[in-house]
Design a binder for this molecule. Structure first.
Ligand SMILES: Cc1cc2nc3c(=O)[nH]c(=O)nc-3n(C[C@H](O)[C@H](O)[C@H](O)COP(=O)(O)OP(=O)(O)OC[C@H]3O[C@@H](n4cnc5c(N)ncnc54)[C@H](O)[C@@H]3O)c2cc1C
Length: 290
């Protein structure tokens, strides 16, 4: 199916993109890799009159910013993230999530900024960014601001981004200065490859003691969500396969059946079951005990 007709304009700077968004209002959409937007337009789920191309703004740098942590440009592709030595060493969960997005073509075009802004509940990157304590740096008509990942994902395809804001980069503060182990695993939908359930786990360690645990899920709920009962069970615990397995059993605690997504492929009960299984796998993998 072809998308509806639209006008196309390329922005040459972040400021120009913000200005174009203001100019065209609700009629415009940013386009980065186009791998979520164009399919949605082909399905007539969206029909923007103007596409503002931001793909050449140069926001694709992945760097360790001394004194801050890791910064990943909004236009970094899934492939660039999955194959970055810095991301693999400091934020393994993010590299692993990016490595299982779609197929080679999708990973070569799709971007982290587009993935987070689209906020598909079955996307892979949101849980990794949540578990790693990321923050989303955005620029809009009133300047720049930082949105903690914990406050970014609000619901189905809904984020805290204001209409005329652009994600410029995703930051992971202090990540190079702590002893952090992380991982991402998913149960992919057999046809689309999207996450039926995906879990990212991040363990901050002091020797063999887990000082902080952050665990988050995709696919299970209408937006990426932290599993706080698991985190509470792990904080202060001594690392062992038994401790991690027992904590994973709490993955669905605090949620009702209605909180879980359900569709033809996976009922809410099945998703709740998968959540425990994949939480255990993510924790064991992060700890190097898989
Ligand atoms: C066949 C196929 C399989 C896929 N499988 C998976 C999968 O398994 N897991 C997964 O996570 N994803 C999957 N995807 C989606 C893919 O990862 C997309 O690339 C990604 O979700 C969106 O990134 P994009 O750069 O393509 O964004 P676009 O499609 O260009 O944009 C998506 C949305 O984000 C907005 N946007 C883009 N960039 C920014 C920015 N910097 N600031 C603010 N708003 C912005 C756009 O306006 C638009 O609303 C799949 C896609 C396809 C086509």
């Amino acid at each position: 199916m072809y998308p509806p007709t639209f006008d196309y304009v390329r922005a040459n700077s972040v400021e120009e993109a913000v200005q174009l968004l203001q100019e065209h209002g609700d009629n415009a959409k940013l386009i980065a890799g186009g791998h979520s937007l164009i399919p949605a337009m082909k399905l007539r789920l969206m029909a923007p009159a103007v596409l503002i191309d931001i793909s050449r703004l140069g926001l694709d740098t992945i760097m360790v910013d001394r004194g801050y942590g890791l910064r990943v440009g909004a236009l970094a592709t899934h492939h660039a993230i999955a194959s970055s030595d810095e991301v693999r060493q400091l934020a393994a969960a993010l590299a692993e999530a990016a490595s299982v997005v779609g197929d080679v073509q999708v990973r070569n075009r799709g971007t982290i900024g587009g993935n987070l802004a689209h906020a598909d509940p079955a996307s892979d990157l949101p849980a990794a960014v949540l578990a790693l304590g990321g923050e989303i740096h955005v620029t809009g008509p009133n300047g720049s601001r930082t949105i903690p990942a914990d406050e970014f994902f609000l619901g189905l395809f809904t984020t805290a981004l204001e209409p005329n804001e652009i994600i410029t980069n995703i930051g992971f503060p202090n990540i190079g200065f702590k002893q952090v182990r992380s991982a991402y695993v998913k149960f992919p939908h057999p046809a689309s490859g999207y996450a039926v359930v995906g879990v990212a786990a991040c363990l901050e360690m002091d020797g063999e003691t887990i000082t902080t645990a952050r665990v988050a899920a995709n696919g299970a709920f209408d937006h990426a969500t932290r599993l706080t009962a698991v985190e509470d069970a792990l904080t202060g615990a001594t690392l062992s396969a038994e401790t991690l397995s027992a904590a994973a059993e709490k993955a669905a605690d605090g949620f009702s059946t209605d909180d879980f997504m359900a569709d033809l492929f996976a009922s809410s009960e099945y998703r709740a079951h998968l959540l425990k299984v994949y939480t255990k796998r993510a924790l064991l993998r992060a700890a190097g005990l898989a």
